[in-house]
Design a binder for this molecule. Structure first.
Ligand SMILES: Nc1ncnc2c1ncn2[C@@H]1O[C@H](COP(=O)(O)OP(=O)(O)OP(=O)(O)O)[C@@H](O)[C@H]1O
Length: 634
């Protein structure tokens, strides 16, 4: 058993984070939420009509903003076009409920009371198809393509609503029927408001469950970059599209409720301005927090309402002055509270309120294990790999193997082509010529997740962790592909046994790497060296046969390096094949079984540490060369 990697670190560090964050508050977030909901429910019947209407609108906006929290705050994608999806939900049900064609054909089939439900299904179906198509086309693209596309989409649908004769043109559709359950009619805003808030609370619960699961970690990883997420076995493009569709469906649900509350639809509430306002709600509330959506919707609705009253009285003239003040206030809020208001509120309330630890089943059935290949088996083979970037040959006819039960080091001066090669043998990039085989399978242009599925784990030269999430969650992400429960199962909490197994696996790998004391602290709060170890633990959670480590010793202190070397020796003894790209020659020479040396993209030497240390060409090119290396080679 290797020495814990952080025990020595602890001697050098004056203060260490506690194993679990100390519980400071006396009331749990869950109890507080239940109390707030109970208060709302009890007071609902006594609130003035105007307050009920405002609260109902807040509920409607919160549903859309919650979708945007998932899309933007958690998934890192921006949409200005959610109002158009709200419009689809509203117009679909308004058309089904009022057009003679639809009411006659469908009324006979489902009865008058069934029409709103058909309207809901139609709206969700149209949105599903449109959002899936739109998402599939745009979300794979990086940068500003998605926001631009959602603006175009939002604008075109707004004009479509206003110009379609059968949708009532600019006048819209009136006399939308109320939702009825038998003889109970939801005609009054007070009754409809109850439904809106029930839908909102259920949606928040489902989304909370989704985020608190294996699939939730996968969604969060989208913000950590495509390369990292794909290396964990996550199909990032599919998750992005699903997230986009989810947010769109929530917007459509809100539109459906809106149409049956207002009983009238016209294009105005679905224009681009409103789409931007929805985004404001999510961002001002706190784009990474579901309750931030409710807070943002509340703040912006109340603010607009008050400004519309106060400003004309103050200025003595009518006009849309609230838009100007509103815009300025938004800039100020965002400048002062970059993460939104919810995290600030959470910090202020942390003396009284605590977050309860999620209860998971005690009896854990471990994740499936598979035996590692016998020592000496070739796990990874690069055959005559060449990589060209235009005229630059970054790798030139490179061949090497990684076998089970060995540590193979890849060394070379800066710019020698190590990272390029690393990318090729991990699926980040593909070779211009030659081929890479993993577990005997030719990989061609296979993505990183295919490499992960075949048993390849990796770390990154520049650490890629979800900084705000705990070490435990980060490591559990590495075990993603060893479990299978999907979005629906996660939302309905049908994944608890599997989730417990995943977290247990993560806990074991954290202990294996000596990081047990840090399991519950945010990964970003650890020193760089410790973060590198978290990456190793995360890779191990995927149960790899081949482990690729990109400069694992960089940023580690002497004792930490020794402990890391001990851990790698232990992993080698257990049968893993480890490829290390490293500049620290002392570390490499004491650890590696075989070394391959690259210079200008070409292999100039390969052999045991002793052979490499006495190779004149290597001494000239690297070990005995530039100033950078003299120190480390000493
Ligand atoms: N995407 C790219 N496009 C063009 N040139 C690239 C690209 N990636 C790498 N290169 C070039 O390929 C060569 C090898 O770079 P690479 O990053 O693989 O070297 P390295 O050995 O990993 O260096 P270091 O030790 O500094 O990380 C360099 O000349 C680099 O500028």
């Amino acid at each position: 058993m290797s020495a814990p990697l952080t025990s020595q670190t602890a001697q050098a560090k004056p203060a260490e984070p506690a194993a679990t964050p100390a519980r400071r508050g006396f009331v749990s977030t869950r109890a507080l939420t239940l109390m707030a909901v109970a208060l709302l429910a009890v007071s609902w019947g006594f609130l003035p009509d105007f307050t009920v209407v405002i609260l109902s609108y807040i509920g409607l906006y919160s549903i859309v903003a919650a979708g945007l929290v998932m899309l933007t705050g958690v998934g890192g994608m921006t949409s200005f076009g959610q109002a158009a999806f709200v419009g689809i939900g509203a117009y679909a049900t308004a058309w089904v409920g009022t057009s003679p064609v639809a009411t006659q054909a469908l009324g006979a089939l489902v009865g008058t009371n069934g029409l709103p439900w058909v309207g809901l299904l139609l709206g969700l179906l149209i949105t599903f198809v449109v959002a899936w198509f739109l998402g599939a086309v745009t979300v794979k693209l990086q940068g500003h393509y998605l926001p631009l596309c959602t603006i175009a989409w939002g604008l075109s649908l707004y004009y479509l609503f206003g110009n379609m004769e059968f949708l009532g043109g600019q006048t819209g559709i009136t006399s939308v029927p109320a939702i009825k359950f038998g003889s109970l009619s939801l005609e009054s805003p007070r009754a409809m408001g109850v439904v809106i808030w029930i839908v909102l609370l259920v949606a928040l619960w489902l989304l909370h469950n989704l985020l608190d699961s294996r699939e939730g970690r996968a969604i969060r990883s989208l913000k950590g970059g495509q390369i990292m997420a794909e290396s964990m076995g996550i199909h990032t493009a599919r998750h992005r599209v699903k997230l986009f569709v989810l947010a769109a469906l929530l917007a459509t649900l809100s539109g459906w409720l809106y149409a049956h509350m207002q009983r009238f639809v016209s294009p105005a509430p679905f224009n681009l301005n409103i789409g931007i306002e929805y985004l404001f709600m999510a961002v001002v509330g706190g784009a990474g927090h579901l309750w931030g959506a409710v807070l943002g919707a509340t703040v912006i609705t109340l603010l607009k309402e008050k400004l519309q009253d106060i400003l004309p009285a103050l200025l003595g003239t009518n006009g849309n002055f609230e838009v100007i003040v509103f815009g300025l206030l938004m800039v100020l809020v965002l400048q002062r509270f970059a993460e939104g208001l919810w995290p600030t509120l959470q910090r202020m309330a942390s003396r009284w309120v605590y977050q309860p630890q999620a209860a998971l089943p005690a009896a854990v059935k471990p994740l499936d294990q598979h035996a590692l290949p016998p020592a000496g088996t070739v796990l990874l083979a690069a055959e005559h790999v060449t990589k060209r970037f235009g005229g630059l040959v970054a790798n030139n006819d490179v061949s090497m193997t990684l076998k089970a039960g060995e540590v193979h080091a890849l060394i070379g001066p800066n710019g020698a082509g190590k990272s390029t090669f690393f990318n090729m043998i991990s699926g980040v990039d593909s070779a211009t010529e030659g081929q890479v085989q993993l577990m005997g399978k030719t990989m061609g242009h296979a993505p990183s997740r295919a490499f992960a599925a075949l048993g390849l784990g990796r770390t990154f030269q520049h650490v890629r962790l979800l900084g705000q999430r705990s070490v435990l969650e980060n490591v559990a992400l590495g075990a993603h592909q060893r479990a299978h429960k999907g979005w629906l199962a996660s939302m309905l909490r049908m994944d608890r046994a599997e989730e417990a197994a995943l977290l247990d696996e993560a806990r074991q790998q954290i202990e294996r790497c000596g990081l047990a004391a840090f399991a519950h602290v945010p990964a970003a709060s650890l020193a760089l060296g410790q973060q590198r170890i978290v990456e190793i633990a995360r890779a191990l959670a995927g149960q790899p046969a081949a482990l690729l480590l990109d400069e694992p010793a960089a940023g580690l202190r002497h004792l930490e390096k020794q402990a890391l070397a001990d851990l790698l020796r232990q992993l080698r003894a257990q049968g893993l094949g480890i490829l290390v790209v490293e500049h620290d020659m002392e570390f490499v020479m004491n650890l590696a079984d075989r070394i391959t040396v690259l210079e200008f993209g070409t292999v100039i030497a390969a052999g045991s540490p002793a052979e490499i240390q006495s190779n004149q060409r290597v001494l000239d090119a690297y070990l005995g060369g530039g100033d950078d290396n003299e120190e480390s080679a000493a």
